[in-house]
Design a protein around this ligand. Structure first.
Ligand code: ATP
Length: 308
C-alpha cells in the first residue's frame, strides 16, 4: 500500500475555476517526491487537499490508508505541513511554539523529542528567543520544527527554500535527507529544479491542474538524454561552414554546437568529427553538456501549451 494515494482528484473553487483536473498519484513510504510546476499550477491546492484543508470536488485521497475526508483525524495525525507563508506568533518563544504544535495534535509531552527537533534544525540555542527576534531563515526552521513536533510520517514542504540563502538551503536538504533515513515520506513543492535534482527520488511535473509526468529522477535524466557537444576551433567561426551543412549545427560564441541523443545507437559524433577534420578546421577543445531537469521541465510545459 502506498503511503499517499490520490485517485481522480478534481478541485473546482467557488467561482468555477478548476485548479486540479484529474490527478492520480501514489507516493510510497520513505520516498521523496518533488512536485515541480509554474505559478498557479495547482501545487498548493493539491497539498491542501492531501492535508484535508481543502475538500476535493471529486476523487479520493488516502494517507496511510485513511481517507482524508471520512477519516480526517487519523489521516491528519500522520501529516506534518510546512506552509509557504510564515504564520508564527511574534511574541512567543521558539520552544513554546514547537511544544504547542505537539499539544495541538493531542500528543503527550515529550521534552526529549522537542530538544532533538530543535537541535537538528540548529534552533536549540535560540529556544528562549521570541519569534520576532529571529531572522527570516530561522523562522523557516521554526516552521519545520513545528511540523515535526508531532512526529508525522508524511511531511509536506511547500516551497521550503523560497527566498532563503544558499547555506540555509543546503542545511534544509540535510534535514530532509535525515528524515528520509527515518522512513518519513516527503513531498515538496519547489520552483527550484536544482532542489529537485539534489534531493528527490522521483519528480512530478504539474501544470494547469494536471500531472504531466512522474518519474524516477535518475530515469528522467537518462531518458531525456539530450546532450550538447561544443567544439572550440583554432579560429572562431561566424557561420556554419558549407562542408558541415546537414549536421544541424549551430554557431555560438565562435564554437560549433551539435545536439544529439546520448542514448541513440548512432550519435553522429564520429562522422561529425571526421567532417570537421576534412574541412581543414583545427579543433582546440571539445566539451559535452547534459541537459538539465530545468530544460526537461520547460520542454514539457511548452508541449502541453502547444497541445492546448
Ligand atoms: N480559494 C481559491 N479560489 C479560487 N481560485 C483559487 C483559490 N486558491 C487558488 N486558486 C487558483 O487555483 C490555481 C492554482 O493555485 P495553487 O495555489 O494551487 O497553485 P501553485 O501551483 O501552488 O502556485 P504557486 O507556486 O504560485 O503557489 C491558481 O490559478 C489560483 O489562482
Amino acid at each position: 500500500m502506498a503511503m499517499v494515494e490520490i485517485d481522480g482528484v478534481r478541485k473546482r473553487y467557488e467561482g468555477g475555476f478548476e485548479a486540479l483536473r484529474g490527478v492520480d498519484l501514489a507516493i510510497e513510504e520513505g520516498e521523496i517526491l518533488a512536485l515541480l510546476g509554474p505559478n498557479g499550477a495547482g501545487k498548493t491546492t493539491l497539498i491542501s487537499a492531501i492535508c484535508g484543508i481543502t475538500l476535493p470536488t471529486e476523487g479520493t485521497i488516502r494517507v496511510g490508508g485513511n481517507d482524508v475526508v471520512a477519516d480526517y483525524r487519523a489521516a491528519r495525525d500522520l501529516v506534518g505541513l510546512v506552509p509557504q507563508e510564515v504564520n508564527l506568533e511574534p511574541f512567543e518563544k521558539v520552544i513554546n511554539t514547537v511544544r504547542f504544535s505537539r499539544g495541538l495534535f493531542g500528543k503527550p509531552k515529550n521534552e526529549a523529542l522537542i530538544e532533538d527537533v530543535l537541535r537538528k534544525l540548529s534552533l536549540w540555542d535560540k529556544r528562549d528567543n521570541a519569534i520576532r527576534e529571529l531572522s527570516g531563515g530561522m523562522k523557516r526552521r521554526v516552521l519545520i520544527a513545528k511540523a515535526l513536533a508531532h512526529e508525522p510520517r508524511v511531511l509536506f514542504l511547500d516551497e521550503p527554500t523560497a527566498g532563503v540563502d544558499v547555506e540555509l538551503r543546503r542545511d534544509m536538504w540535510e534535514v530532509v535527507a535525515d528524515l528520509k533515513r527515518q522512513g518519513v515520506t516527503i513531498i515538496l513543492t519547489t520552483h527550484y529544479i536544482e532542489e529537485a535534482e539534489a534531493i528527490a527520488d522521483r519528480v512530478g511535473v504539474i501544470n494547469k491542474g494536471q500531472i504531466l509526468l512522474v518519474e524516477e529522477k535518475a530515469a528522467l535524466m537518462r531518458r531525456m538524454g539530450e546532450k550538447e557537444l561544443r567544439i572550440e576551433l583554432g579560429t572562431p567561426l561566424d557561420a556554419v561552414p558549407e562542408a558541415l551543412e546537414g549536421f544541424g549545427l549551430e554557431v555560438s560564441g565562435g564554437d560549433l554546437v551539435y545536439r544529439y541523443d546520448s542514448h541513440a545507437e548512432r550519435t553522429g559524433i564520429g562522422r561529425l568529427m571526421a567532417a570537421v577534420a576534412g574541412a581543414g578546421l583545427v579543433v582546440r577543445d571539445v566539451a559535452t553538456v547534459q541537459k538539465s531537469l530545468e530544460d526537461i521541465f520547460v520542454g514539457l510545459v511548452a508541449r502541453q501549451e502547444d497541445a492546448a
